[in-house]
Design a binder for this molecule. Structure first.
Ligand code: ADP
Ligand code: MG
Length: 685
């Protein structure tokens, strides 16, 4: 078996599974080996029934009497009681009448499942898995990897496939020099891959993870270092001069630029006028007013006869920028001819847009990352702006450089990473910091509460809506049943509808909707035609509706702090007092400590630092800053130390052996040439 072989060479994997695997980007044996678990499931020691708490539990109990089944419409509900010396609990199964025969009354089993509680039924356990005692004992010895899956693929499918590869005598060539492995006590790659999938215990899983995180950072930093060598001191082919449009525009804006905005704009302007190509990151907290800098840069490019493009991570955000610039162009008589290029355009519309861009009929283009990069030929593209860049994919940064178009690059990010880390992760760019919020803002009022507070929160909402304001409610899930015990958008909308009078307009928004539908809802919300938007984190980045004043986040414990901060950044964007309500689904102390960081500060950078301190190392797979820091395994916050170590080693190698000609660097050179550096970059939220 070769690493480059198709997954089809595996026994038990036919075309059907291969097609499903392809959806997960798993085409080859190597892809599978590098498909890492998101975490591990551990079978805990069973606990006493009177100690059971919310969430996943295991307990051992004797079956009391015969299970009872009853039919309620199309459902067969089977209930039974189990007890130990400390108490008794009800188990409930749906459409599993055969359970009755599988369990012997009087016999003891281990049950593992989610404990729930309702006022009507009291505490019960829904659909627990049932084990013989000895079988459970055996399971407790192991860690079970949990993989991100698509429908139709199970953990067992992946584990079996990986076991088959691992037992077939595959071999992976080491990519890191031996001295580095030794210095940082890192597992060889072969061993790391084995242990990440089939760890002996938690320590070996942690070691495997550390090695692979090092790898990920190392290879990433290596490629940006090489990129920097290529792009540094590239000639500016689109030198600009400052035309009168710019000061006139700034003068006419309804607000004064903050000092930070003025400084950053000056830095950008200087570079657009200079001899060399710009490659700059603007880091500014949510709401610091980064968009206006982008608009200024686009005006400058347009007034000098060039084109510019602005890319956003979601279509909704791309559209928002487009609408803003379109209306500004009219209002301020700017020489801008904007166009929107997104996936939801028809083939014909796309073609038309592409032609207009190619023929220089339009000069500012808005779209999502993928669209603008893939198919578009520009006439004279001088500047590419990337908004809300949290992803560190190198591909994205180098595409334009690759095409031989020496375009200016401006990246705007609200990712609140400490400056020291930003300097490493964006080592190929210059950094501008916007460390000031516009002055007309009132600080957001925060609270961290449990679900008992909901009623009060709804009253506050009603009050705000009555005064013409708008509300966001965030749920982690889209529909019922995706994950036990978590709020979902669809049921939540129904729940709110029954709570509020009909005059309050409530809509739902989530990532599985068609783009057209998402756009329509977002537009209506922006126009004030929707009062409450119940949404998943699709609205996480960039969305700007200054009239919204309440952000309520359900199951706040499920999100990373940086992500919560981003979500909160959707309110407090106008002159009204805003509120953010974090509803925690658990009273767990660690969770409460994390959330209280948000409660006490509205400053993204401070939050990031506190979060880093609190989590520290040792958290095997903590809450990922999902959507924020898209390394596969690595987490910029949690693994900050490894990031710094990797950076040190990359720099040392490039000083010592810039051409990678030493034998111990051969594998690195090979990797570079074979493009294995690049992570999968584009994911639409
Ligand atoms: P972000 O940095 O999060 O992208 P935006 O650029 O979307 O922030 O700006 C947020 C809001 O603040 C917008 O409504 C924008 O018009 C407004 N804004 C930007 N700069 C200023 C300023 N100097 N004074 C007052 N409001 C501003
Ligand atoms: Mg923004």
């Amino acid at each position: 078996m070769k690493l480059t072989d198709s997954v089809l060479v595996l026994k038990g994997i036919g075309q059907k599974t291969a097609d499903l695997f392809e959806k997960m980007n798993l085409k080859t044996i190597e892809d599978l080996l590098f498909y890492f678990p998101r975490g591990y499931e551990k079978y805990q020691e069973p606990i006493a029934i009177n100690q059971l708490s919310d969430g996943m539990n295991a307990f051992c109990g004797k079956v009391d009497g015969r299970p009872v089944s009853k039919k309620v419409r199309h459902l067969t509900i089977t209930t039974l009681f189990v007890s130990d010396l400390t108490g008794k609990i009800q188990l409930t199964f749906f459409n599993m009448p055969f359970i009755a025969n599988a369990l012997k009354p009087g016999e003891a089993y281990v049950f593992r499942g989610v404990i729930r509680e309702t006022a009507k039924t009291g505490t019960y356990c829904e659909h627990p898995k049932i084990f013989k005692k000895e079988e459970y004992q055996k399971r407790m010895q192991s860690l079970y990897p949990v993989y991100p899956l698509v429908k139709g693929v199970t953990h067992a499918t992946i584990t079996k496939a990986i076991l088959q590869i691992l037992s077939s005598g595959f071999s992976l060539e080491e990519r890191l020099p031996f001295t580095i492995l030794q210095k940082y006590d890192l597992l060889p790659i072969q061993e790391a891959i084995l242990q990440i999938h089939l760890p002996l215990n938690e320590i070996s899983a942690a070691n495997a993870r550390r090695r692979l995180v090092f790898d990920e950072f190392f290879l990433f930093l290596f490629s940006i270092a090489l990129l920097r060598n290529e792009t540094e001191k590239m000639q500016n082919c689109y030198p600009c001069i400052e035309t009168a449009d710019i000061p006139r525009f700034i003068e006419r804006l309804p607000f004064n630029l903050t000092k930070a905005q003025t400084n950053v704009w000056n830095e950008v302007k200087q570079e657009l006028m200079s001899e060399f190509v710009m490659n700059r990151l603007i880091q500014g907290d949510v709401g610091s007013g980064k968009t206006i800098i982008a608009v200024l840069a686009m005006i400058m490019s347009a007034t000098n006869g060039f084109q510019s493009a602005m890319m956003a991570p979601t279509e909704v955000l791309a559209r928002q920028h487009f609408e803003l610039v379109k209306s500004m162009a009219t209002q301020y008589a700017l020489p801008l001819k904007p166009i929107l290029l997104t996936g939801s355009l028809s083939v014909k519309e796309k073609k038309l847009a592409q032609n207009l861009i190619r023929d220089n009929e339009v000069n500012v283009v808005f779209g999502t990352h993928a669209l603008i990069q893939d198919h578009v030929r520009f006439h004279t593209l001088s500047l590419v702006i990337t908004d809300e860049q949290h992803r560190f994919g190198v591909r994205q940064r180098e595409t334009f450089a690759d095409k031989g178009m020496q375009t200016h690059v401006l990246v705007m990010s609200a990712t609140p990473i400490p400056r020291s880390l930003a300097m490493i992760l964006f080592g190929d760019m210059n950094l501008s910091v916007m460390d000031e919020l516009p002055r007309n803002r009132l600080p957001i009022k925060n609270c961290v509460v449990d679900h008992k507070f909901r009623k009060k929160a709804y009253e506050l909402m009603q009050d705000e809506i009555h005064h013409g304001r708008q509300v966001y409610v965030i749920c982690p899930m889209i529909e019922e049943g995706e994950m036990d015990g978590l709020e979902n958008v669809s049921d939540y909308k129904t729940k709110l509808k029954s709570f509020f009078p009909d005059s309050i307009r409530i809509e739902a928004l989530h990532g599985k909707m068609k783009p057209i539908e998402k756009n329509r809802i977002m537009e209506r919300y922006a126009e004030g035609l929707i009062d409450i938007l119940v949404s998943t984190t699709v609205i996480e980045v960039g969305i700007n509706v200054p009239n919204a004043t309440i952000m309520m986040i359900e199951n706040a414990e499920r999100f990373g702090l940086a992500q919560l901060h981003q979500l909160r950044g959707r309110v407090g964007r106008g002159k009204h007092q805003s509120y953010c309500i974090f509803v925690s689904g658990t009273n767990n102390q660690t969770t409460m400590d994390r959330l209280s960081i948000l409660n006490n500060s509205n400053d993204g950078f401070k939050i990031a630092e506190e979060d880093m301190k609190l989590r520290g190392p040792g958290d095997l797979f903590g809450i990922r800053q999902s959507g924020m820091m898209d390394f596969v395994l690595a987490d910029v916050f949690q693994d900050a130390t490894i990031l710094q170590e990797a950076q040190k080693e990359v720099a040392a190698i490039l000083v010592e052996d810039p051409t990678l000609s030493k034998p111990e660097h051969a594998r690195l050179k090979w990797l570079k040439e074979h493009d294995r550096y690049h992570q999968v970059d584009f994911r639409t939220i």
